[in-house]
Design a protein. Structure first.
Length: 280
């Protein structure tokens, strides 16, 4: 049976690769060290495949027809999408998919009450390009991308995201292959792209959110975290943290561990990362 060997969540803000030099030196150093620590954790788990969950950014779907989750079932992925290449300052890359596992996620989730969309082709922007640049720079670990709606209301509720994360974990562990699977959520923390808080970072919210996930208490997360609170911390971006709830639940509602946090106004985002330590 497949094994989930690591679970992590981290920011994918394009400033980390697109205009990192605009941040002060101490922020650059902390951010690069944080991503390096996340990469060390990932590689120590020796993953055969990454199952990722991230905001779609309205790149692949029309505003009036966005699925809560869409699983990429293709054999090969390319990024960044041409429009985003200069913005994220990342050269074109390709990464293998894992069709069999992706299809199993679609089928197994349907059997457990989650009807997921699926697609042979998906465009990538900073959602995958930035974290893969830091974590798997050779793009040598296959990726099953799951694009989710964190933008257009109604977005899935925190409770729904936690429920999906539990199902995702069950389906992966039920996969009859021998793959070692890493679950990676990307997005957040507080940011408001193009909005009234574009030049602000809500550090209090970010640290409170990471402290909340560190408890491993999904009932408390469901009780204390709301879409409205995330929107208040930065509309249009902070709600990406719903992906982190999927990761938390896939880990089995275990306590999370904060790896780094950098509240970077020049990068227009609270930047951070967490891991969930799994029993060996």
């Amino acid at each position: 049976m497949a094994e989930i060997v690591s679970v992590l969540a981290l920011a994918h803000a394009p400033g980390a690769t697109g205009w990192l030099d605009k941040a002060p030196a101490h922020e650059q150093e902390a951010l690069l060290a944080g991503y390096a620590a996340m990469a060390d954790h990932l590689w120590a788990s020796k993953p055969d495949v990454i199952v990722g969950v991230a905001n779609d950014h309205l790149l692949n779907f029309r505003m009036d027809n966005i699925p809560d989750w869409c699983v990429g079932i293709g054999d090969r992925w390319k990024g960044p999408s041409p429009w985003f290449r200069d913005w994220v300052n990342i050269a074109p890359y390709e990464v293998d998919g894992h069709r069999a596992l992706a299809r199993a996620i679609v089928q197994g989730s349907a059997q457990r009450g989650f009807g997921l969309a699926f697609a042979e082709t998906l465009e990538f922007d900073d959602n995958w390009s930035v974290p893969l640049h830091f974590l798997t720079p050779q793009h040598d670990v296959p990726l099953v991308p799951i694009h989710m709606n964190c933008v257009m209301p109604p977005v899935p509720s925190p409770a729904r995201c936690l429920a999906f994360g539990r199902v995702l974990g069950e389906v992966i562990r039920a996969w009859p292959g021998s793959e070692r699977v890493a679950v990676m959520a990307t997005g957040g923390l507080s940011h408001d792209p193009g909005g009234p808080k574009y030049f602000e970072v809500d550090e209090a919210f970010d640290r409170g959110f990471m402290d909340l996930l560190a408890t491993g208490d999904s009932e408390r997360v469901e009780r204390e975290l709301s879409i409205e609170r995330m929107v208040a911390a930065g509309d249009g971006g902070t709600v990406e943290l719903l992906a982190w709830l999927v990761a938390m639940a896939a880990a089995g509602d275990r306590p999370g561990e904060s790896v780094f946090y950098v509240p970077s106004v020049p990068l227009r985002c609270g930047m951070g990362g967490m891991i969930w330590n799994l029993p060996q």
